[in-house]
Design a protein around this ligand. Structure first.
Ligand SMILES: Nc1ncnc2c1ncn2[C@@H]1O[C@H](COP(=O)(O)OP(=O)(O)O)[C@@H](O)[C@H]1O
Ligand SMILES: [Mg+2]
Length: 265
């Protein structure tokens, strides 16, 4: 993990060299132990949602009683029409938003109970491709990627190589000194994908990553996501394009008005 601290390292102060807890409150100690054990186990699922609901004010429920388990290494499509709840679901997974009820675990972290100080550790391990890109307008393509690595504390010596490799992979090297407004929609899309991938995430959340581009470019992007998945990352891709998902032959979970109505493999 590129020298990044493993999850649960925030709790190491609870441990003596003999692996004994020395927290005054035994309940806290037990919880700390359990959390650590869970997070360091490889068998932990990538994502678990149990009875999750999200209700925005002045709106019908965005998500209702969602139950979903995604194993590490899976590639899964989240399907549904506009307004079905796809973006809401992804926002919950990187803890941009909290559920109103139910339980969500991502890489073993209980998103409601985890200390806020652990949120950066969680986000370091998740790459996000936003539906609206969210590139930094004042920075070049290269600098957009570099910025992400600095924020997550990557060794500065590693940064140029990682940025370069990622730009290569996305075919963006010739655009590295361009600003977002100088890019086509497809190039902005690819830059937003590159920015998610440069983190070498364990989970990749892609919100309509083929939404704004032609079919050929969409196929290229899907191949990149499949490749990332092949290398071990868990990929969740939200899309309204049911045909594309069906052709790709991966697990498809369909949302309709905030409820899971189908789960097909
Ligand atoms: N911040 C918000 N405030 C109020 N309602 C919202 C908000 N975000 C989304 N919604 C509503 O929640 C529902 C699901 O939206 P969303 O998750 O964006 O769907 P999708 O990504 O599938 O198009 C929609 O009815 C939408 O209008
Ligand atoms: Mg959306």
């Amino acid at each position: 993990m590129n020298g990044q601290p493993e999850p649960g390292t925030g709790s190491t102060e609870f441990r003596t060299p003999n692996d004994k807890c020395r927290v005054a409150d035994p309940e806290t100690a037990v919880h700390a132990e359990a959390t650590m054990a869970e997070q360091t186990t490889d068998s932990v699922n990538a994502v678990e949602l149990v009875g999750v609901s999200r209700l925005y004010q002045h709106s019908w429920p965005a998500l209702t009683d969602v139950n979903l388990t995604i194993e590490k290494g899976d590639f899964i499509f989240i399907l549904g029409a506009t307004g079905a709840g796809k973006t809401t679901l992804l926002r919950l997974l990187y803890r941009q938003d909290l559920a109103d009820s139910g339980r969500i675990k991502v890489l073993g972290y209980d998103l409601k109970r985890m200390p806020l100080s652990d949120v950066p550790h969680l986000r370091k391990r998740i790459g996000i491709i936003f539906q609206d890109f969210r590139l930094l307008a004042e920075r070049t393509v290269y600098e957009n990627l570099e910025f992400v690595l600095r924020v997550i504390g990557t060794d500065p010596k590693e940064i140029p190589g990682r940025v370069q490799d990622t730009l290569n992979r996305l075919g963006l090297v010739h655009k590295k000194d361009s600003y977002p407004h100088q890019l086509s929609g497809g190039e902005q899309q690819k830059t937003s994908i590159a920015r998610a991938l440069v983190k070498e995430p364990e989970i990749l959340l892609a919100d309509e990553p083929t939404g704004n581009i032609d079919p050929k470019a969409a196929a290229d992007i899907l191949n990149i996501l499949k490749d990332i998945n092949y290398q071990g990352a868990t990929v969740l891709m939200a899309t309204h394009d049911a045909d594309l998902a069906e052709r790709t032959r991966r697990r498809r979970v369909t949302l309709d008005a905030g409820r899971i109505v189908r789960d097909e493999t």
